[in-house]
Design a protein around this ligand. Structure first.
Ligand code: 3PG
Length: 389
């Protein structure tokens, strides 16, 4: 694997534009998780250490293109970066397309790129304007690697010099290793509500894994092949695909379940065999027998790939499956890799962030990568000989 990395370049006195993914969860102007910000710090610090004029750019949320909207401003992130993470002056630049002034040792953040018309359509003129702001472009936003936007693919095409940052490098290196040469047995956990959104992923993961544990609505669709699933979330249209997967691969489906009659903390929890679900019941977690057998399976694995919860972990009564699996992964000596929004929320809830070997900063990008899709930015970087995998 060859890559032109930021640490190999002379950045002295250079305008270094780092594309990061600062699309962090936020509520009422407050940052809920700073994981993505912290993950970008080594790149920013490296550029500062190398005497660069540091310029950061990111998207945030999904504002309507072409106009400023305070709700999607990067200002709260800039303040957080300045006061909590970098402890130095960080300034936000609102209007930057016609040129900016940044000095060596300074950190400037360009306002949300998604306010710019043409960003999401990868407009060439816009990408050229971005490119004119820098001497070196650093692609470090793995989280947005599945989008072909002006601040990613366009910029990589037109920048005088492009390279990749440590965050991007690590993501590609770790995910590539797990996909191509994992330590075996490799056990994958794929949870979440819909099989339809993860069907291709399920096929590609099943092909490379020694066992796949399915959870949530995905598991329910497998159960629905031969069982009544009552009011549970499942997708009848995908039962045939589930049948094919089950006949070809080692897919682990539950043997017992926790059910309730409504999605509420108040509902009465009953544990039962998969054959006994009533028409007014909803499957919301696995039962103890299933949990025990999955724990035993995970204990034997050498690599664990985790995306998506097992049950409705938002409700404490139906948290056990996800919690026990999460804690088993955390205590395991296997190489564990996790990604995706719900998975990260579970990891934070159970306080096991430091016990997972690798947490991807990507949501959609992580899923696309492990599905085996070529990410657009990777194609561009390959074409321009910045990386070769
Ligand atoms: C993410 O959160 O997955 C990335 O930042 C990409 O965001 P998007 O789905 O709005 O493009």
């Amino acid at each position: 694997m060859f890559m032109i990395k930021i640490n190999e370049l002379d950045l002295n006195n250079q305008r270094v534009l780092i594309r990061v993914d600062f699309n962090v969860p936020m509520s009422a102007g407050k940052i809920i998780s700073d994981m993505r910000l912290k993950a970008s710090l080594p790149t920013i610090e490296m550029a500062l250490k190398k005497n660069a004029k540091v310029i950061i750019m990111s998207h945030f949320g999904r504002p309507s293109e072409g106009k400023f909207d305070n709700k999607f401003s990067l200002l709260p992130i800039v303040k957080y970066l300045q006061n909590k993470l970098l402890n130095k002056n960080v300034f936000l630049i609102q209007n930057y397309l016609d040129g900016i002034q940044v000095n060596v040792g300074e950190v400037a953040v360009l306002e949300n790129v998604r306010f710019n018309k043409g960003e999401e359509k990868n407009n060439e003129l816009l990408a050229k304007k971005y490119a004119s702001l820098c001497d070196v472009f650093v692609m470090d936003a793995f989280g947005v690697a599945h989008r072909s936007h002006a601040s990613t693919c366009g910029l990589a095409k037109f920048a005088k010099v492009s390279c990749i940052g440590p965050l991007f490098y690590n993501e590609i290196k770790v995910l590539n290793k797990v996909m191509k040469d994992p330590k075996r047995p490799l056990v994958a956990i794929l949870g979440g509500s819909k099989i339809s959104t993860k069907l291709n992923l399920l096929y590609s993961i099943s092909k490379i894994s020694d066992a796949v544990i399915v959870g949530g609505g995905i598991a329910n669709t497998f159960l629905a092949i031969n069982n009544q699933v009552g009011k549970s979330l499942y997708e009848p249209k995908f039962i045939d695909s589930a049948k094919i997967l089950l006949s070809k691969y080692n897919i682990q489906i539950p043997i017992d379940l926790r059910v309730g009659t409504e999605y509420s903390e108040k509902t009465l929890v009953t544990t039962k065999k998969i054959t006994n679900v009533l028409c007014n019941e909803m499957i919301m977690d696995f039962g103890d027998e299933t949990i025990a057998s999955l724990i035993a399976l995970l204990k034997k694995s050498k690599t664990i790939l985790w995306n998506g919860p097992i049950g409705v972990f938002e409700l404490s009564k139906f948290r056990k499956g996800t919690e026990m699996i999460a804690k088993t992964i955390a205590n395991s000596s296997a190489f564990s890799i996790a990604g995706g929004g719900d998975t990260l929320a579970a990891i934070e809830l159970f306080g096991i962030k430091d016990s997972i070997s690798y947490i991807s900063t990507g949501g959609g990008a992580f899923l696309k990568f492990i599905e085996g899709k070529t990410l657009p930015i990777i194609s561009i970087l390959k074409k321009h000989k910045i990386i070769s995998l």
